[in-house]
Design a protein around this ligand. Sequence first.
Ligand SMILES: Cc1cc2nc3c(=O)[nH]c(=O)nc-3n(C[C@H](O)[C@H](O)[C@H](O)COP(=O)(O)OP(=O)(O)OC[C@H]3O[C@@H](n4cnc5c(N)ncnc54)[C@H](O)[C@@H]3O)c2cc1C
Length: 399
Amino acid sequence: MNVDVVIIGAGIAGSSIARWLSKYNISSVVLEKNNDIGLESTSTNHSLVCQGGDSLTFRPGTLHAEVNIKSIPLWPKLAEELNFPFKRIGGLWLIRDKADYLKYVKLRSRSFRSSSKPNSPYYIPEGSFKPLEFVDRKTLLDLEPYVNQEVLGALSDPNLAIVDSYKVAKSMAENAASNGIEFIFNQEIKKIERSGINYTIKTNDDEIRASYIINAAGINADRIAEMVGARDFSYVPLKGTLTDFDEDAGKIINHEVHYLPRMEDLPNLKTAVPTVNGLFRDGIYLEMSYRNNKEIKKEAVNHNIKAAKELFPNFPFEKHIEKTFTGFMAMTNPETGWHDFIIDIPNFIPNWVNIVLGPAGVTAAPMLGEKVGDLLRMSGLKLETNPRFDPTSKRGVGK
Ligand SMILES: Cc1cc2nc3c(=O)[nH]c(=O)nc-3n(C[C@H](O)[C@H](O)[C@H](O)COP(=O)(O)OP(=O)(O)OC[C@H]3O[C@@H](n4cnc5c(N)ncnc54)[C@H](O)[C@@H]3O)c2cc1C
């Protein structure tokens, strides 16, 4: 098979880029090692549409900031076009003492920050975001009656929303497929050969030739890039364990609720969120681990129960566990904590784009196509509009 563009990986990154490419008259195929869309990090996360680590690892001027700030306002239209659930629930970040308050003052000052110049890459159109506001204890308890009664108040982010990121990726892929992009499953990339700007991709049972490659293999993006000497980046794979509690637990939470991590908590986080299906999702127990190690540790489940109880003390979470699962995120710059996305053409390897998202990567999905499109155009790919593109149509893909 010969195509213009091969996308490696059908997670939320590969699926959203495929949808964007389907707006143009090109031949493209998505190769995925699993038998469905989004079975790796895309389905093992909090499914928050948020500005990124809730500002904790989010620094104005980074690609992470730019892409997420531009993506967030695009989500409601995307949800409408593709008919997936999108709920604007808001976030409440709890204040236990003066130290928390002072940190939140700092975080608020850099939230949704942008340039006021329309041509700036960080420009946020007027009205895209509501400001973050401090709420007092009484207001907090009205909004979240079962939360820890000892907290002093919260910083509220009314912009924060939840989705089901698996469903998002699936609907993007189904739309891309109906507009002409092919998805092939059970195709693990084993080898890639480059001859100038021609690539031959060898999978477990096929061979595909392409002029452009988009490496959206998630936590394996480094291994794929290494196949052609296109790895000019590094990251640490972080394993995160999350627990879903049942619908009874889901009834006691309305917003995303979290504590700022303190030294004794790190690297674990205490974040709880309702899911679009009415469950209570909580974690994260974070650890360094081999990237294929999906083992669920007892300590991780215990951390998640403890975190849930610290946020909502009067609920017997241990009796309401639905399931616990693990996911991996690629953390660039772990030594400073200032994670950033990689969406870039590597040094010396033409017609190739590496995508590494990591924390808050789901949120970035609506803008990824535009960013990758700019790089493909720069690399000489002619993108002529597909007059038959339909933003709402779907064709089944995956299992
Ligand atoms: C615990 C946790 C919580 C998170 N919470 C949030 C959140 O609330 N909000 C948010 O915005 N982000 C969150 N994230 C981050 C988000 O999940 C990721 O950024 C996002 O899912 C990455 O998507 P992706 O498509 O790049 O990777 P993936 O979803 O991992 O997709 C990569 C695809 O490539 C395929 N692949 C890999 N190797 C090969 C190969 N050799 N051959 C063929 N196919 C291959 C995989 O099978 C996979 O389908 C969280 C992450 C974790 C781990």
